[in-house]
Write a protein that binds this ligand. Structure first.
Ligand code: DQA
Length: 148
């Protein structure tokens, strides 16, 4: 049986592909979803891929993942830098949490250097473009391999 991985995406990530392409590239979130699902099929991971612009809904999904998911891959976008609510929700999860950022947030504005999510994440990927999601999927499969 496949392990279920939630791939959650925060605000404005529905716009990648056209939003600031010099930073986020030309790949759309639908392309990312398709890649994660295809890779998941290879790796034995079922993928529940979601995006929301609303902090509370992301908190609800993390709470849901707490009982349903074997792992969480999460790009919380701007909420990364100030959402204590998302950090608290993640703290209640015992599964691996991989934080993904398309851009290298450490090379950007000072306010992007702080991540509340990194304080509770198992690992962090930043600056690999949308390929970071595939890298996170592979690492999640590695982390879950003995748990099936
Ligand atoms: C982002 C980086 C955040 O600082 C920003 O607010 C985003 C996207 C990234 O994937 O590089 O919306 O999480």
């Amino acid at each position: 049986m496949s392990s279920l991985v939630y791939v959650l995406n925060g605000p404005n990530l529905n716009m990648i592909g056209t939003r600031e392409p010099e930073i986020y590239g030309y790949t759309t979130l639908k392309d990312v979803e398709n890649e994660c699902k295809a890779l998941g099929a290879e790796l034995g991971l079922a993928v529940d891929f979601r995006q929301s612009n609303h902090e509370g809904l992301l908190v609800d999904w993390v709470q849901e993942a707490r009982t349903k998911a074997a792992g969480i891959i999460f790009n919380p976008a701007a909420y990364t830098h100030y959402s204590i609510a998302i950090m608290d929700a993640l703290k209640s999860c015992s599964c691996p949490i991989l934080e993904v950022h398309i851009s290298n947030v450490h090379q950007r504005e000072e306010f992007r250097h702080l991540s509340y999510v990194s304080k509770v994440a198992t690992g962090v990927m930043a600056g690999f473009g949308t390929h970071g999601y595939s890298l996170a999927m592979r690492h999640m499969a590695f982390l879950l391999k003995d748990k099936k």
